[in-house]
Design a protein around this ligand. Sequence first.
Ligand code: ARG
Length: 460
Amino acid sequence: MPVLWAGRLTEKPEGEAFAFQASLAVDRRLAQEDIAGSRAHAAMLGERGIIPAETARDLDRELARIAGELEAGTLAIDPGAEDIHSFIEGVLTERLGDPGRMVHAGRSRNDQVALDFRLYLKRAIPELGAELSETMKALLDQAEKYAGAVMPGYTHLQRAQPVTAGYYLSAWCAALDRDRGRFADALTRLDECPLGAGALAGSGLPLDREATAKALGFRGPTLNAMDSVADRDFALETASACAITAVHLSRFCEDLILWASEEFRFIRLADSWSTGSSIMPQKKNPDFAELIRGKAGRTAGNLVTLLTLLKGLPYAYDKDLQEDKESLFDSLDTVRSCLRMFRGMTASMVFNTEAMEAACVGGFLEATDAAEYLVRKGLPFRRAHEAAALVVRDCIRAGQRSIGERSLPELKVRSELFEADLYQALSPAACVAARNLPGGPAPEEVRRQIRVLRERLALG
Ligand code: ARG
């Protein structure tokens, strides 16, 4: 297949050198977008009288045919082509002759690749958004199921205050909802069509940029041609949204890995979402959670790759930009598969409510509630904090595992304000129920949070 730029050079890079500068292996996944862009461009060229109307029709028909053949697998992409743009134009020319040679009027591969990339993201980002939404739905179902299942909440990985498993899960749904927002924002900003920007400076031909933008489903054409071919902000924003989502899943998985351990026994992962050991017969390993945790690394790496690629890059287009797609495609693929695996794994996991409830006892998770009990009776918080801390010390010295194990006279040594009604306020369930402010872990408040998140999902 001849290269598109054969005229100027007497020789072209051969073998390994040609392969080094080629991008087909990566950009072949833009084939359908490239064809869609060419069809819109050819139609516009015909409308504008830049090419004969009949040629425009021929181009459209042949491009549609090529799209169908690629889809059906009856046309193989020539691995020797330089990139997907060259390949499609090459096939057109092979089949149509001169009409094929007319399609690139007023266009450069620089605006073409920027267009293809944006078109691809206009499809891929909503698909990823749908995976995020499905994942949230599955988590919210679990959150609802476990809205009353008390468990220790942690700070510094030390038991802090009783919460519920449903509260924990809805916390992560709030984070995933922000991820949805980040992808949606990226999509809004990238929704401008670079076609017609040419190499960097537009074209003297009477192109209709509004028409091609509209035909391709964009809000409108990009404002400045030079910016259009140089800009990869949309790749950075999408890679960033991917990396943040992956980091969320990674943190979540770290908790699940801990909780699946014999030390915690808070959750049981389904056998089908676990693996065994080739040597230790007893093992059940949370490999899926570990891999999701690990894969966050490559999404962070891809973001850094893109930032580094762009740093100091002279305006406008440079071939360096060809390196952009591999990183972003990898981030999109990685986050998509992580979300799907994460969803299957978490939808089938079972919380061990007994072990979680038992873990709420012994670590004095009720101490904050004891202090708040005293505040409610008028004691300044700092004094209440101290009194509760001293009660905890008394308990530890006496070998008691919770404040409720102390008698009222023993408690009164630390504050006269303690009364018998304290005891009922200290059970894990009571501590959780008392924290019913907006954002709190009380079961009915968590159910409200779940409703809000479901409403947001319904809005799209
Ligand atoms: N394969 C190239 C890319 O991905 C297409 C643009 C090439 N443009 C050029 N002037 N060499 O960026």
